[in-house]
Design a protein around this ligand. Structure first.
Ligand SMILES: Cc1cc2nc3c(=O)[nH]c(=O)nc-3n(C[C@H](O)[C@H](O)[C@H](O)COP(=O)(O)OP(=O)(O)OC[C@H]3O[C@@H](n4cnc5c(N)ncnc54)[C@H](O)[C@@H]3O)c2cc1C
Length: 135
């Protein structure tokens, strides 16, 4: 399933020359990174999510999309792909921007307390917070 991307934010980011200035960057679009989008969304914070894979989902999608999972609270059984689809549906309202197919290669704390983040595709961020959900 394709992630529900906020096209307006993507267009703005693509047209941006310098670093994208943001409140939150999440490294990793596995289950933990996706649910972090939800938690930040409750605080009205929009996140940029970066993953080296070309699609969200992390291990459940990459390693076992069809295997049944039995230990999700309130969900008797679902597959890795179904878990990811449900998480993507759950975070739809929060307008996260996904930067997929690129690895985070640099994280440097700046003098002003923000973090400079750069990916293998040269996309740069200046973020007030960074959440490492890299598995
Ligand atoms: C075969 C198998 C079966 C499993 N079955 C179950 C089960 O039934 N129930 C259960 O509870 N758990 C199961 N697990 C474990 C479960 O998949 C993990 O606990 C879970 O995926 C962890 O989620 P996560 O979001 O922390 O990390 P991950 O799913 O590992 O996602 C991390 C993401 O971060 C990305 N990333 C890492 N470094 C960078 C970087 N520098 N830049 C950009 N992106 C980066 C990776 O590409 C990845 O997509 C299973 C694991 C395996 C391998």
């Amino acid at each position: 399933m394709e992630p529900q991307l906020n096209q307006e934010v993507i267009a703005t980011a693509a047209a941006h020359d310098g670093p994208i200035e943001t409140d939150a960057v999440i490294v990793g679009a596995g289950p933990v990174g996706l649910f972090q989008v939800f938690e930040l969304g409750l605080l009205e914070i929009k996140a940029h999510v970066i993953d080296s894979l070309a699609y969200p989902g992390g291990q459940p999608v990459e390693l076992y999309p069809d295997k049944p999972i039995y230990d999700i609270p309130a969900v008797p059984v679902c597959t890795g792909q179904e878990l990811t689809d449900a998480l993507l549906k759950q975070i739809e309202p929060f307008g996260a921007t996904f930067h997929l197919g690129q690895e985070v290669t640099t994280v440097e704390k700046q003098d002003d307390g923000r973090f400079f983040v750069e990916t293998s595709k040269g996309r740069q961020f200046l973020t007030k917070t960074i959440f490492i959900a890299a598995g």
